[in-house]
Ligand binder design. Structure first.
Ligand code: RB5
Length: 154
């Protein structure tokens, strides 16, 4: 699978650990995050990964900041993106099964590396259930049409 990964300065070690983990599993991981601990701005990396996913360069995305909150909020401003913050495996499974999330986010200051790997596994190994859930996704897409007035720059 082609996976876009992004992070800010709070999550460099976590990003590297997840990137190595997924590469060892045979995934093609594209690193859009910062590789230094110098303070930076998480919306930059949220946008990069969101654009890669929305534009089809990657099949899905992983975003990591201190909490997972800021970077996912930024990513969700890109049309077509459903980024969900997860701190546990059950949520990671359900955001794919019910919400068809195309980006998963978590916090390097919130979860440990083993939990993070389990979260990523749950997200990647779960299928969207469709059915009644598709209708709700369609409603979210309709919200984008109503409130997002123009496309972004890539
Ligand atoms: C950076 O200090 C921190 O604010 C950021 O990583 C993230 O937690 C924001 O949501």
């Amino acid at each position: 699978m082609k996976i876009a990964i992004g992070n800010d300065h709070a999550a460099v070690e976590m990003k590297n650990a997840i990137l190595d983990y997924l590469t060892d599993l045979g995934h093609d991981v594209i690193n859009y995050g910062t590789d230094t601990k110098k303070s930076c701005h998480y919306p930059v990396y949220g946008e990069k990964v969101a654009n890669a996913v929305a534009g089809g360069t990657a099949d899905c995305g992983i975003l990591i900041c201190g909490t997972g909150a800021g970077i996912s909020i930024a990513a969700n401003k890109v049309k077509g993106i459903r980024a969900a913050v997860c701190s546990d495996v059950t949520t990671a499974r359900l955001v794919k099964e019910h919400n068809n999330a195309n980006i998963i986010a978590f916090g390097a200051r919130i979860v440990g590396i083993e939990t993070a790997k389990d979260i990523v596994d749950a997200f990647l190994n779960t299928e969207f259930a469709g059915g009644r859930h598709q209708e709700r996704i369609d409603m979210i897409t309709a919200l984008e049409e109503r409130y997002f007035s123009r496309g972004g720059e890539s």
